[in-house]
Ligand binder design. Structure first.
Ligand code: FES
Ligand SMILES: [Fe+2]
Length: 323
């Protein structure tokens, strides 16, 4: 079965998605990226401005992410040295008298949040229709540990990953949570909040706790855990192409009584979440997505969730109308 036949939704949704971290692209550095089924280049000018551009040079098509060099506030193509500014406009062709007027690379809108580089993707090329926060309150203090990163590439689509939060029953049967958590879902435009009281089995025995997950579209979730140790997971989910999603968990733990994300209770809790996620992966990689699932009264708020999801797609009719 083709992946596109497994899902009824378009493969790549619209929204803000993480494409890099701020500190992996230092001034003067260039990296190729592949997300949203596109080839991109991310680079930082010598003055420190970050820029994401379509990768293929309009001249003879070289991939600027492979061998391109930063020259001041421009990036230079490795093939014939055309230069482009952070806004994608061609700034110089060293061997020509005139720069061709149309010479430009498409730019991608980005925003840095807590050291994560977030990028707006819209299938029809529309500018941002909604925003993500400018900061995460926990990370403004020194009471929380530095991020501990876990990441996966998963053969699924964004909506499937997001549905996990509202599927309360699977926490018990798939993950072995001690009670049957009740999830409440609240929609506020592009935001979806899912609150669950969930018991968790840990190396120190069962613990009562809660999970408060705030989702900004499909690309960014702030997941706050209370119970054993106060933990925040800044989770980002980025479509790589029609068939794969890059999932990153950035964990931070409140430093109370010496709690640490890499040791002791903090580390045990993160290991438990990793174990749970790795139980989800084989389900996601092999399941199909029913447009009209057969639900029963004990299921979580899947209907509310599915209605919230529809706003993040350019459905095929709209794509045709836009052409
Ligand atoms: S292909 Fe980029 S300068 Fe010629
Ligand atoms: Fe799960």
């Amino acid at each position: 079965m083709q992946d596109r036949d497994r899902f009824y939704v378009p493969p790549i949704p619209n929204g803000w998605f993480q494409i890099a971290t701020s500190d992996e692209v230092k001034p003067g550095e260039v990296k190729p990226l592949r997300y949203f089924g596109k080839e991109l280049v991310i680079w930082r000018s010598e003055a420190g401005e970050l820029s994401v551009l379509d990768a293929f040079c309009p001249h003879l098509g070289a991939h600027i992410g492979h061998g391109g060099k930063v020259k001041g506030e421009s990036i230079e193509c490795p093939f014939h040295a055309w230069q482009f500014g952070t806004n994608g406009q061609c700034t110089a062709v060293p061997y020509a008298k005139r720069v061709p007027r149309k010479a430009a690379l498409d730019t991608w809108q980005i925003k840095e949040l807590a050291g994560l580089v977030m990028c707006w993707h819209h299938t029809e090329g529309k500018p941002p229709q909604w925003d993500i926060p400018d900061e995460i309150p926990e990370l403004d203090t020194d009471e929380w540990t530095d991020f501990e990163l876990l990441e996966w590439k998963i053969r699924t689509c964004n909506q499937e990953l997001a549905e996990n939060a509202v599927d309360s029953v699977h926490f018990h049967y798939l993950h072995g949570c001690t009670n049957m958590p009740q999830s409440e879902a609240t929609v506020d435009g592009h935001k979806l909040r899912v609150f669950s009281a969930a018991g968790m089995s840990t190396p120190r025995g069962p613990v009562e706790g809660s999970i408060d997950s705030l989702n900004y579209g499909f690309g960014l979730s702030l997941v706050r855990f209370k119970g054993l140790v106060e933990t925040l997971n800044v989770a980002t989910m980025t479509p790589i192409d029609d068939d794969n999603v890059h999932l990153r968990f950035n964990f931070t733990v409140k430093k109370v009584g010496g709690a640490d994300a890499t040791r002791g209770v903090g580390a045990a809790f993160i290991a438990e979440l990793k174990r749970q996620l790795e139980q989800d992966i084989p389900i996601w990689e092999h399941k199909i997505q029913h447009e009209k699932p057969l639900l029963c009264d004990g299921d979580g708020p899947i209907g509310i969730f599915r209605r919230w999801c529809t706003q993040f797609y350019s459905w095929p009719e709209e794509q045709q109308a836009a052409e």
